[in-house]
Design a protein around this ligand. Structure first.
Ligand code: CP
Length: 337
């Protein structure tokens, strides 16, 4: 990403000028240095108030949110962040139905059209690999806001920012990734990012039909991350510092409803499970939830999932996305660092 200072002379984000990314497609593009920079700016974003010069930092910038799949948090947090920094949003939800995709337009042609109107494009699509495809056709930055069961890298930024804020460190901790790990793009992206930090141990807790896929397990093994698959969530509840629950994604089981029935309801976070967890720990969830976290947990101070959603305004979807002055972005390839 290339960030051009806005109209605010003393806007305190100089290091962003050198962040060597053009598009955000997958978590492996980041490293600890770029993450630190993003989190530093995200922390500054928490203090932006209406009416201040900082709240006009993106005056004149235009962002398009092109969403082919449903969303509450991702689309609205990107849009809210843009609005809070003085920029403008061109929004398309249900793009498969309400954009010219419904008339047969290809994703590439849509991107080539929208880039004429907007300085960056935030894309959510139902196909893994679609963000990369869009980036190959784009001259403005593409931000992957979830590509089917592929990745959701801006969610991973929010998640890691949240872990740091909640437990006070990004090294030497244990995380339990729970639920639909096969289809869960957030857990896939998160696993990649967490692998960049020292001594993060991962437990994978998933029904048999949605276990973590081999590509992630092989990657983690290759970079020396300790991971283990376990069946019994209560057996590891006392050990984890971060419990990251996810929804069994019914929409990914259209061809195999029996597997959905096998997977749903298998792992529930409730008051009984919370009683086993450390006092200093956090329960996270990218949301939306269905029944995998009981509402009785919401009042527990360790329930961090709505704080996590709010962090989307500052971190992955906000602090990162809206700071792009993409009219100034250099052209070229994916720009991965
Ligand atoms: N976490 C997340 O991607 O939520 P939405 O689907 O509501 O955007």
């Amino acid at each position: 990403l290339y960030v051009k200072p806005g109209p605010v002379e003393n806007f305190n984000a100089p290091s962003w000028l050198d962040l060597p990314l053009k598009h955000v497609i997958e978590s492996q593009q980041f490293n600890q240095a770029s993450l630190n920079t993003i989190f530093e700016v995200a922390r500054q974003m928490e203090d932006v108030r209406p009416g201040t010069p900082e709240s006009r930092a993106l005056d004149g910038a235009v962002m398009s949110t092109l969403f082919y799949e449903p969303s509450t948090r991702t689309r609205l947090s990107f849009e809210a962040a843009m609005a809070r920094l003085g920029g403008t949003v061109l929004s398309t939800e249900s793009a498969g139905e309400f954009s010219s995709a419904a008339k047969g337009e290809t994703l590439e042609d849509t991107i080539r059209t929208v880039e004429g109107y907007a300085d960056c494009i935030v894309l959510r699509h139902f196909q893994a690999g679609s963000a990369k495809k869009a980036a190959s056709a784009a001259s403005v930055p593409i931000l992957n806001a979830g590509d089917g069961p592929g990745q959701h890298p801006t969610q991973a930024l929010i998640d890691v920012y949240t872990i740091q804020r909640e437990i006070g460190r990004l090294e030497n901790f244990t995380v339990g990734l729970v639920g639909d790990l096969a289809n869960g793009r957030t857990v896939r992206s998160l696993a990649y990012v967490l692998s960049m930090y020292e001594n993060v141990k991962m437990y994978f807790v998933a029904p048999d039909v949605v276990r973590m896929k081999d590509d992630i397990k092989e990657y983690l093994t290759g970079v020396g991350v300790q991971w283990e698959e376990v069946d019994d969530l209560s057996a590891v509840a006392a050990e984890v510092d971060v419990l990251y629950q996810t929804r069994i994604q019914k929409e990914r089981f259209q061809d195999r409803p029996d597997d959905y029935e096998l997977a749903k309801g298998r792992y529930i976070v409730d008051a009984k499970l919370m009683a086993l967890m450390k006092q200093k720990s956090v329960v996270m969830h990218p949301l939306p939830r269905v029944d995998e976290i009981s509402p009785e947990v919401d009042s527990d101070p360790r329930a961090g999932y709505f704080r996590q959603a709010k962090n989307g305004l500052f971190a992955g979807q906000g602090g990162q996305g809206v700071l792009i002055r993409s009219g100034a972005a250099p052209g070229g390839d994916l720009g991965a660092s």
